[in-house]
Design a binder for this molecule. Sequence first.
Ligand SMILES: [Mn+2]
Length: 316
Amino acid sequence: MKKKSSKRAAKPAKQDLGVASLVVRGDDNYFAIDPKLATFERARFVVIQAPFAATVTYGGGAEKGPRAIWDASQQVELFDEMFGREHITEHGVCTLKALNTKCDGAEINRRIYEVARQVVAAGKIPILVGGEHTVSFGAVKACWEKYPDLSCLHIDAHSDMRDEYHGSKFNHATAAARINELCSIVQAGIRSREAYEPGHPDRPVHVYHAFQYRDSGTWQDEAVSRLSRNVYLTVDVDGFDPSVFPATGTPEPGGLSWYTGLDLIERACKTRNIVGFDIVEVAPVKESHQTEFAAARLMSRIIAFVSQYCLSKNTL
Ligand SMILES: [Mn+2]
């Protein structure tokens, strides 16, 4: 009894945002890997979980995304059939505890920035898992501070270029507008936007609409050519067709196929340096595990591409 109460008293009122206190111990980590391969010191990839879903305006449930993707990741085969290697165990993936998301959009981005900054400073690749798209800015900012030439590859059905939405600057519909305050953006999969979205005059936003560019082709090389050397990749799963990721807040028909999306990401990894990435807007439903499993698989695929092409560039 006494022991229990003293333990409770020692617990800090606010979540400690130091990475050392956030690391998940034991093997209850993403991809269920050996804890020795998942320490912060060893791992090249670090998962930051932000189950934030305060500003969703249509289908809800994005706050359940990180836990569902975590669960699904336990079933992902670690052997990578494309490269014949196990990148996940070769390079290590460290899982951080979910961030406390009882706050507004500005504050959750401050918290994500604080954690991502430590990850990037240690020469590691942050993998941010949402939550709604609002959360990307904090991770982009941390990467942009270390890599001032940063640009953003943005896969999404929605351009997210509103300066403000429902009275808020940090909202799922303003995600790209905030990122554009820091860097230029290349968007793919877009099929829902406003007529006039100029972007910043010095930091262009290049849009590859889904209706024109839905299959793999030369447009992907052109899109990648518009990216700077160091790139942050943000994937709103609704950028893919809903047949791939059905459980998301606003599933727009006609998005990128699984292989077209992966092809774009692989081409970006081949000639650019991906320094961080996120997967957002998974909103799990009870009837099916399809979406969260696809998200876990997407995470393992991107880890493989980054490991194969970017870590070997030895630029971190
Ligand atoms: Mn979207």
